[in-house]
Design a protein around this ligand. Structure first.
Ligand code: THU
Length: 161
């Protein structure tokens, strides 16, 4: 038996200390919550993807009366970026959420979205910085992979390719 320790480095910035360069992406994610279609959960999520050329692509959660048919904000943003700009790496993704017209104190991507974040990162072979935008603090991870230890990915399909 051996035991390994998996470590994830996360930086937590008080809102006022977030580097200026990160502000537009955070603001785009907060703004994107306004386009959310969430009549069932009333939990409005916004995501903003920063492409390597500076383009920002946003998405919001789109719900459905048949619940599993809806899609999270992160996947709306990343699938749109992958469709519209397939050759431009995504280098950062900011996520924010609101309910009752107020931004929520903290937000974290669901497991299915983490898998899609990882695929995007591996597709372009560049770290994608993740910004989880809360009202008081911004949680920053340097890569999608750091949010998904022991992940399943393209490497696991190598025998099929
Ligand atoms: N949601 C997201 O958009 N992203 C996440 O990472 C977590 C959950 C959405 C899905 C659903 O529309 C609502 O939030 C409540 O779960």
């Amino acid at each position: 038996m051996k035991e390994i320790k998996l470590e994830t480095r996360i930086r937590i910035y008080p809102l006022a200390e977030l580097p200026d360069g990160e502000l537009p992406l955070m603001e785009a994610a907060i703004k994107a919550t306004e386009q959310s279609y969430a009549p069932y959960s009333k939990f409005h999520v916004g995501a903003a993807a920063l492409l390597e050329d500076g383009t920002i692509v946003t998405g919001s959660n789109q719900e459905n009366a048949a619940y599993p048919s809806g899609l999270c904000a992160e996947r709306v943003a990343l699938f749109h970026a992958g469709h519209q700009y397939p050759d431009i790496p995504v280098i950062a993704l900011a996520i924010a959420a609101s309910t009752n017209s107020r931004q929520v104190e903290s937000i974290s991507p669901c497991g299915a979205c983490r898998q899609v974040l990882l695929e995007t990162e591996q597709r372009y072979g560049k770290p994608m910085k993740i910004l989880l935008c809360g009202t008081k603090e911004i949680v920053v991870a340097e890569s999608a992979g750091s949010l998904l230890p022991l992940c399943f990915g393209a490497k696991d399909l190598k025998f099929c390719l």
